[in-house]
Design a protein around this ligand. Structure first.
Ligand code: SAM
Length: 319
């Protein structure tokens, strides 16, 4: 698998307090002088593009809380060879920013929604903001930040009832979105997947009982770990990202850059490369490019299977 995808966390701060990610708000404490500046993100992205990266996704924390995010998008959108520029957001701030982001060159968004029911959404995220997020989804569709994908993590005892799962799947019946069910993974101290994880085959079983067998595969715009299916006559599709019940390290094409400039070849990687320090030490473009080429060529050595590490914070690394 060629390595052509870079996910960039632009901040470790978030405006939600999801119970499994950042319930106490104790993410978001990296000092601002340690956070990559926009010029640094732009430079790293340009050098990566020169090494074969052509897809970039901005994430966080919550990327839309970073001041000047539209400006950053406009800079990254002009980098030669980057032909897919996307963003993952919780959608809370999306409605007022969607048109500007699109005009700046953002192509598409993934929006995280773990419940389509207001009370349950509030319980999971700590805030009664589902109506705002729903506006964000509609706005993203309206301005063409498409295809819009909805990411939903299902957790036992939280949002795994038949009613909740079907309500999420039903979003794809009425809206041109792909609702992707993501298996709950072990990350930081707030996750307990050993007891709380629900395999996607159970989610699929619930959906098929209602809608009948899922069969027709919808091609993703880019090859990724999701498999997607369309119901008859539905506007959108549902998908499954089964990172816990199956291992797709061999298909992994992505690298991750944390908001303080650490490059991780694998989400579970114990090995990190400190690009921020390299830049601060005035490394030349050539020196950085040589390192990036080496990381890309060695990427397949880093997998979940040989990783030394399970605990990390998704809001720090960038989900
Ligand atoms: N704030 C943005 C958002 O909400 O999409 C971007 C960052 S958030 C960490 C990215 C994604 O990671 C979200 O869809 C979230 O549900 C997912 N995530 C966080 N912790 C996870 C876990 N333990 N297992 C699976 N997905 C997780």
């Amino acid at each position: 698998m060629s390595v052509d995808y870079l996910r960039i966390s632009v901040t470790d701060r978030c405006n939600l307090r999801c119970i499994y990610c950042n319930p106490l708000g104790d993410c978001g404490f990296i000092e601002s002088r340690e956070i990559l500046r926009f010029e640094e993100i732009e430079r790293i992205t340009r050098l990566f593009a020169e090494c074969g990266i052509n897809k970039v996704r901005l994430t966080g924390g919550e990327p839309l809380v970073r001041k000047g995010i539209v400006h950053l998008v406009s800079k990254l959108a002009t980098i030669p060879n980057i032909d897919d520029l996307a963003l993952t957001t919780n959608g809370v701030l999306l409605a007022p920013l969607a048109a500007q982001l699109k005009a700046a060159g953002l192509q598409r968004v993934n929006i995280s929604v773990d419940s389509a029911e207001r009370e349950s959404y509030k319980r999971i995220t700590g805030f009664d903001l589902l109506p705002k997020v729903t506006k964000g989804i509609h706005k993203a569709i309206e301005v063409g930040l498409t295809p819009v994908k909805i990411n939903s993590v299902i957790i036992k005892g939280v949002n795994d009832s038949e009613e909740q799962i079907l309500a999420l799947a039903a979003m794809s019946v009425h809206l041109p979105v792909t609702v992707r069910f993501i298996e709950y993974c072990p990350t930081g101290k707030y996750t307990n997947p050993a007891s709380d994880y629900l395999p996607n085959r159970d989610v699929r079983f619930i959906i098929e009982r209602k809608y009948g067998p899922l069969s027709s595969v919808v091609m993703e715009p880019s090859p990724g770990p999701a498999s997607s299916f369309k119901f008859r006559d539905s506007a959108g599709a549902v998908g499954f990202i089964s990172g816990r019940s199956s291992i797709f390290c061999k298909k992994c094409n992505r690298l991750r850059l944390t908001s303080d400039g650490k490059l991780m070849p694998c989400l579970y990687s114990a090995q990190i490369y400190d690009l921020k320090t390299l830049i601060q030490n005035r490394a030349s473009d050539r020196q950085i490019r040589d390192l990036l080429k080496r990381i890309i060529s060695e990427k397949s050595n880093y997998t979940k299977l040989n990783s030394l590490k399970e605990g990390f914070s998704m809001c720090k690394v960038g989900g």
